[in-house]
Design a protein around this ligand. Structure first.
Ligand code: NAD
Length: 500
C-alpha cells in the first residue's frame, strides 16, 4: 500500500491455539525474513509445539511447522520477551462464552484479551502494532486502545463486552493518546477465517484477508505494514482494508451466516423426513442456483466447534445490549434450531429402537465436531452421548483422532468429583470401529470421517458382529444407504424418511 509505513521484522503471537499456532506458522513459512515467536502461558502446549507431537491435528501443519521451526519460527512461554522484541503482536487468545455472571450463556468473556493487552502495555519499550486476531464483539478494539493508553489505570475485569462506551475515549485525538508518551500503539482488527480441518489450505489460499484500522494516518500506515506481511503470499486485491468496527463485525457476521445456512438446511431436513423428500436432493437443487451456491448446505446432526455457537451468542448479546431485541431473537433461533436437531435425531434413534434404549449398546462413530480434526469443542456427539446415557444405554465410542482423556473431560460435569468413574460404567472407548460395533444394537454416525464410509469399512463384518435387527443412524449423510441396507442393516438417514 502506497503510504509510508514500517516494515515488519519481528512478530509475536500471544496464544498458541488452533488459530495462533497455524496462522503464525504459515506467516513464518511464507516470510522467511520475519522472525515469528508464538507465546503462550500454557507450558505443556508450548512443549508440544516444540516436539514431534504437535498439540493440534491439522492436515499439512506438521510439514509447515517442521520446515520453519528453529529457523524463523519459535514457540516460547516467555511472553515478555516475545512482546519486547516484536514490531507487531497478534492477540490470538481464547474468547469463550461466559459461564457465570451477567451475560452468562451469551456474552464473550474478554478477560484473556484484556490481560494480554495489559501485558503488552506494561512490557512494551518501543512502538507496537497490536492486532486483534481473536474473534471479538464489535468495538473491542476501543477497549484495547483504552487499555494500552492507560496502563496504570485500575480497570476491573472487563468480563463481558459492554456497549456503555461513555467511559471510553471515542474521539480520534484521544484514541491516539498514549500513556507511555514515547511509545505508539496502533490497534488493528484482522479476524481469522480459517476452518479447523482445512486450516493450512485456508491460510495458504484465503478467500480474503481483512484488515480493519482507524481511518487516520497512523491507522492506515499500521494497516499497510500488516498488509505487507500477508502480501508475502496473498494477492494484493484479496487483502481488504476497512474501518475497525466493520472488520470486527464481519467476522461475527460471516460465522452467523454460515451457521444460519446449516440451521436452515437442518430445518428443511425435518420437513423431508416427514414428507418423503430427500434433503440431499433438495440441497443439490437449491445449490445449483448461483445466488445460493452449493457450499454449507449439508444436513447433519447439528453444527459444533468452538466458534459458531459462541459467535452467534456474541451477536445475540451485542444486539440485546444495543436494545435490538428482535435482532437478538432472530439470531438466537439459529442456535435453538441446532439444539432441536440433536434432540430430534436422538428421538428418532429411540423411536426406531422400539422406544427404549435401556440396556442397549450404541456404537458412536466419531466424537470430533467434524472430520479431519481432533477438536471436540461443542461437538454434537457430546450431546448425543449424554442423551443416550440419560436413556440408560451403553455407549462405545470410536474416533480416529480424539484422545480418550478428552472424551472423559467432555462428558464429565465440571466440578463433579469422580464422575469419570461413574461414566465409565456406561461409556467405553473402542480401539477401532469393529470393536465399537461388536454386540451393538445400533451405530450412530456423528462425525463425517471418511473412515466410516462403506467404501472403507467392512460393514459386512460389522453386521455379522451386531445384534439384530442392526441399525445404522447416519447423522452425516455419508453412507450409500442402498448398499449398506443390502447387507441387512436398517439404515436411518437424517433428512430422509424413516425406513422402519
Ligand atoms: P485456543 O483456546 O485453542 O487458544 C488460545 C490460547 O491462548 C490458549 O493456548 C491459552 O493458553 C492462550 N492464552 C490465553 N490468555 C493468554 C495470555 N494472557 N498470554 C498468553 N497466552 C494466553 O483458542 P483458538 O481456537 O485458537 O481461538 C482463539 C481465537 O480465535 C478465539 O477468539 C476464536 O473465537 C478465534 N477463532 C477460532 C477459530 C477456530 O477454528 N478455532 C477460527 C477463527 C477464529
Amino acid at each position: 500500500i502506497d503510504i509510508p509505513h514500517v516494515t515488519i521484522k519481528s512478530i509475536c503471537c500471544i496464544g498458541a491455539g488452533y488459530v495462533g499456532g497455524p496462522t503464525c506458522a504459515v506467516i513464518a513459512h511464507k516470510n522467511p525474513h520475519i522472525k515469528v515467536t508464538i507465546v503462550d502461558l500454557n507450558a505443556a502446549r508450548i512443549a508440544a509445539w516444540n516436539s514431534d507431537e504437535l498439540p493440534i491435528y491439522e492436515p499439512g501443519l506438521d510439514e509447515v511447522v517442521k520446515s520453519t521451526r528453529g529457523k524463523n519460527l519459535f514457540f516460547s512461554t516467555d511472553v515478555d520477551a516475545g512482546i519486547l522484541e516484536a514490531d507487531l503482536i497478534f492477540v490470538s487468545v481464547n474468547t469463550p462464552t461466559k459461564i457465570k455472571g451477567i451475560g452468562a450463556g451469551f456474552a464473550a468473556d474478554l478477560g484473556y484479551v484484556e490481560s494480554a493487552t495489559r501485558k503488552i502495555a506494561e512490557v512494551a519499550k518501543s512502538d507496537k502494532i497490536v492486532v486483534e486476531k481473536s474473534t471479538v464483539p464489535c468495538r473491542t478494539a476501543q477497549s484495547m486502545r483504552y487499555i494500552v493508553s492507560t496502563p496504570n489505570l485500575f480497570l476491573t475485569h472487563l468480563g463481558s463486552f459492554s456497549t456503555n462506551t461513555d467511559a471510553l475515549p471515542t474521539r480520534g485525538s484521544q484514541l491516539e493518546a498514549n500513556a507511555k508518551p514515547d511509545i505508539h500503539f496502533d490497534i488493528l482488527s484482522n479476524p481469522e477465517f480459517l476452518a479447523e480441518g482445512t486450516a493450512i489450505s485456508d491460510l495458504f489460499y484465503p478467500d480474503r484477508v481483512l484488515i480493519g484500522s482507524l481511518d487516520t494516518e497512523r491507522g492506515r500506515s499500521a494497516a499497510a505494514s500488516l498488509a505487507d506481511v500477508y502480501a508475502g503470499w496473498v494477492a494484493r486485491d484479496q487483502i481488504i482494508t476497512m474501518n475497525l468496527w466493520s472488520s470486527e463485525l464481519s467476522k461475527l457476521a460471516a460465522n452467523a451466516l454460515l451457521a444460519q445456512r446449516i440451521s436452515s438446511i437442518n430445518a428443511l431436513s425435518a420437513i423431508c423426513e416427514a414428507t418423503g423428500a430427500d434433503i440431499d436432493e433438495v440441497s443439490y437443487a437449491c445449490g445449483l442456483d448461483t445466488r445460493i451456491g452449493p457450499k454449507f448446505l449439508k444436513a447433519s446432526v447439528g453444527f459444533g466447534g468452538s466458534c459458531f455457537q459462541k459467535d452467534i451468542l456474541n451477536l445475540v448479546y451485542l444486539s440485546e445490549s444495543l436494545h435490538l431485541p428482535e435482532v437478538a431473537t432472530y439470531w438466537k433461533q439459529v442456535v435453538e434450531m441446532n439444539e432441536y436437531q440433536k434432540r430430534r435425531f436422538t428421538n428418532r434413534v429411540i423411536s426406531c429402537l422400539f422406544n427404549t434404549l435401556t440396556g442397549k449398546k450404541i456404537a458412536v462413530f466419531g466424537f470430533a465436531f467434524k472430520k479431519d480434526t481432533g477438536d471436540t469443542r461443542e461437538s454434537p456427539a457430546i450431546t448425543l452421548v449424554n442423551y443416550f446415557r440419560e436413556e440408560k444405554a451403553y455407549i462405545s465410542i470410536y474416533d480416529p483422532k480424539v484422545e480418550e482423556s478428552q472424551v472423559w473431560m467432555d462428558l464429565a460435569e465440571p466440578g463433579v468429583v469422580d464422575e469419570t468413574e461413574v461414566i465409565k460404567k456406561q461409556v467405553s472407548i473402542a480401539a477401532d470401529p469393529y470393536e465399537a460395533a461388536a454386540g451393538a444394537d445400533a451405530i450412530v454416525i456423528c462425525t463425517e470421517w471418511n473412515d466410516f464410509r462403506e467404501t472403507v469399512l467392512d460393514y459386512e463384518r460389522i453386521y455379522a458382529s451386531m445384534k439384530k435387527p442392526a441399525f445404522i443412524f447416519d447423522g452425516r449423510l455419508i453412507l450409500d444407504a442402498k448398499k449398506v441396507s443390502e447387507i441387512g442393516f436398517k439404515v436411518e438417514t437424517i433428512g430422509r424418511p424413516r425406513t422402519t
